[in-house]
Design a protein around this ligand. Structure first.
Ligand code: SF4
Ligand code: SF4
Length: 181
């Protein structure tokens, strides 16, 4: 069960990301430059405000943190040097760790499928990615026509290629797991 309000939320995010969200003075430059703002249920400056208020349940269940494309435009624009994209990352981690009912479960599934493919091959492959994602997403037959066209044009390779040193990739995943990544 996730508490609705956590007075320690900004401190927990600071511990995870090194960012001092309490320094945000709501100038909105982050939101003004965000290319995904049109689709978000909370704008980036609103995320920062809710962190200051400690509204944990609302934040960990929002769509915004999953729609964020990690482009870092917001972090570059912030006059206060707050890495807003890093805060979004921290909130994603927290949502997963705390088992929150996330706003965009299919995006979580996509991330998971992507990472499992990288762990397996050391690189991404569209066929493997879709083979993992589509059956679990409940959209097995969506985009089949598009996939066929892309295969015919050689844009999607049926047979995946692997990196030579897959053990090194596993070591990276193991190290990230140990450090809570
Ligand atoms: S740009 Fe920085 S200071 Fe301005 S609202 Fe966004 S996070 Fe806050
Ligand atoms: S990193 Fe995320 S929140 Fe920031 S501008 Fe890009 S999409 Fe928007």
């Amino acid at each position: 069960m996730i508490n609705n309000i956590s007075p320690q939320l900004d401190k927990e995010l600071e511990r995870r990301t090194g960012q001092k969200v309490r320094d945000c003075y709501q100038c909105r430059k982050c939101s003004a430059g965000c290319p995904v703002a049109f689709a978000m249920d909370l704008l980036p400056h609103e995320v920062m405000k809710l962190v200051q208020y400690g509204l944990q349940e609302r934040l960990l269940g929002c769509s915004t943190v999953w729609l964020c494309a990690s482009c870092e435009t917001c972090s570059t624009r912030c006059p206060n040097d707050i890495d807003v994209a890093g805060v979004m990352d921290g909130l994603r981690q927290m949502a997963l760790e705390k088992g929150a009912a996330v706003g965009q479960p299919e995006i979580v599934l996509f991330h998971d499928s992507f990472l499992r493919g990288i762990k397996l091959l050391g690189r991404t492959n569209e066929t493997v990615l879709m083979g993992q994602y589509k059956p679990l997403s409940g959209r097995l037959l969506d985009d089949m026509g598009l996939a066929a066209v892309m295969m015919l044009k050689g844009k999607i390779k049926l047979l995946p290629r692997m990196v030579k040193d897959r053990k090194a990739v596993r070591r990276i995943f193991d190290a990230a797991g140990k450090s809570g990544g």
